[in-house]
Write a protein of this length. Sequence first.
Length: 107
Amino acid sequence: MSEVFDIHKRKLRIKENFKKTPVTQLNGQYVGLAWYLGEYKLHRHNIDEFVMVIEGLLSIEVEGKVHELGPGCCITIRAGEKHKSTAGTRTLVAIFEPQNVKIEWLE
């Protein structure tokens, strides 16, 4: 059955920064929303991750290269790539990744 999601209503329910809040599942993929503010530690995943900025500005460093993302901008981070993110203002992101993702913290 089809589902409709209002991201602007869902974002109001998210109280903690960096906490992925599930929206739905799609073909084994987890689709979630998260608020980012400050720095998220250097890490890597065992599988690919896709991040889309909905509101705000996000700086993502992947393997030493910095990418600046604004609303509507997306990035695919490949499995094994070291990355971390920084948001100077509260930034809403949508995250798409497999449900069985494993994170290795590097800091």
